[in-house]
Design a protein around this ligand. Structure first.
Ligand code: 8YV
Length: 317
C-alpha cells in the first residue's frame, strides 16, 4: 500500500521523531527537500496532510493548492497562523499540540521574569567582561516575592504560570475572556485595569485577530514606569512600536520577551537596553517537550491515515 503524502513546513521535533515521520509517511520537508513552491508544484496534488508550526502556518493559497488535503497538523498549540476559513471551505481539519508544552512555556515565563528582575543577563555579561573584579557588583535587583503579577489570558499556560508565581510569593491578578468566579485570584475587567493594578504584566493569551495589539500604548501607560512586561504568547498581542517607545521613554520599567511581531526580526533599538531580556521563541524548546509535541503530531497523522478520531482536534468556527 502506498504511504500517505505529508508536506511538512518544518522538521518535527528531535531527529528521531522526524525519522519516524519519514519512515511511516512519504514526507516532503520544506528546506530539506526543496522550497515550498517547488514541492507544491511537484507533489501538491497528492498531499493529504500538512504539518505547520506556531509561526509557519497555512495560508489560503497553500490550502487551495493542495486538492487532496484533509488535515493540517500544527506542531504547536497556537493555531493563529492557520487560515481557518480556507481550511473549513476545503473540508480540512486542524489539530494542535496542547498540554504537552504547558509546563515548559510557563517555566519560561517565570525564568524570564526572574532574569529581568534579578538582572541575570546583565550579571552574566558583567562577569564575563571582568567587571566584577574590576568594578564590583551590579545594581540591586528586585524580589519576585510580594509582586503583583497580572496574567493576561488565564488559559492552560496562564494558569500554570500563575501557580508557579504563587509559589514564588507573588500576588496573582488576571484578565481573561471568561472570569473564574471560583478562582482564588483577582479578576480585573480589562487589560488596562489589569496593567494598572499589576507590577508585572505577563502575556499568556492566544494570538490572532481577536487579541491583536491587546497590549497597546494605553495598556503600557497603565502599567506605568514601575511596571514590567513579559510576553511568552504571541508577538502580535503587543503593539511592538508602542512597547519600544515606552521602553525608551521610561514609560515602563522593563520587558522580557520570547516572541515578537515579525519573528525572527527583532527591533534592533531593543539591543542596547539593559532593562530588556530577549529570547528567540524558546517557550516549548526543550528536548522533552519538542519530542512530545512531535509524537502528538504523529499520532494525529496516524489517526487520520487509519480512519480513527483525531487525538487533539481544534474546533473550527
Ligand atoms: C513552537 C508555539 O515554537 O506552541 C506554539 O504555539 O509557538 C511553539 O511551541 C512552535 O510551534 C514550534 O516551532
Amino acid at each position: 500500500m502506498s504511504k500517505c503524502t505529508v508536506l511538512a513546513l518544518a522538521p518535527l521535533g528531535p531527529p528521531e521523531v522526524q525519522e519516524q515521520l519519514d519512515s511511516e509517511f512519504e514526507c516532503h520537508l520544506v528546506g530539506r527537500d526543496g522550497a515550498l513552491d517547488h514541492l507544491i508544484a511537484q507533489i501538491g496534488d497528492r498531499v493529504s496532510a500538512l504539518v505547520t508550526t506556531g509561526g509557519r502556518g497555512a495560508e489560503a493559497e497553500v490550502i487551495a493548492a493542495l486538492p487532496q488535503l484533509r488535515l493540517i497538523a500544527c506542531y504547536g498549540v497556537g493555531v493563529d497562523a492557520i487560515d481557518f476559513a480556507a481550511a473549513g471551505k476545503h473540508g480540512v481539519e486542524v489539530t494542535n499540540t496542547p498540554d504537552v508544552l504547558t509546563d515548559d512555556v510557563a517555566d519560561l515565563a517565570v525564568f524570564l521574569l526572574g532574569a529581568l528582575h534579578r538582572r541575570l543577563v546583565q550579571g552574566d555579561a558583567w562577569v564575563r567582561a571582568g567587571e566584577w573584579a574590576r568594578s564590583g557588583g551590579i545594581p540591586l535587583g528586585r524580589s519576585l516575592r510580594g509582586r503583583r503579577a497580572g496574567i493576561l489570558g488565564l488559559g492552560r499556560i496562564g494558569e500554570a504560570t500563575a501557580r508557579r508565581l504563587t509559589a514564588f510569593g507573588a500576588e496573582i491578578l488576571y484578565y481573561s475572556r471568561h472570569p473564574r468566579p471560583a478562582s482564588e485570584w483577582t479578576y480585573c475587567e480589562s487589560p488596562a485595569a489589569l496593567a494598572e493594578h499589576s507590577d508585572d504584566l505577563i502575556v499568556c493569551c492566544r494570538g490572532g485577530d481577536a487579541t491583536r495589539h491587546l497590549v497597546d500604548a494605553h495598556v503600557l501607560q497603565a502599567l506605568g514606569p514601575q511596571g514590567s512586561l513579559v510576553n511568552i504568547a504571541r508577538g502580535s498581542v503587543v503593539d511592538e512600536a508602542a512597547l519600544v517607545a515606552a521602553l525608551h521613554a521610561g514609560g515602563i520599567a522593563g520587558a522580557a520577551l520570547d516572541v515578537f511581531e515579525n519573528e525572527p526580526d527583532v527591533p534592533d533599538s531593543l539591543f542596547g537596553l539593559d532593562n530588556v531580556v530577549l529570547a528567540p521563541h524558546i517557550g516549548s524548546a526543550t528536548l522533552e517537550t519538542r519530542r512530545a509535541m512531535g509524537e502528538l503530531v504523529l499520532e494525529n497523522l496516524r489517526a487520520r491515515r487509519d480512519g480513527r478520531s483525531l487525538v487533539t482536534p481544534v474546533p473550527q468556527g
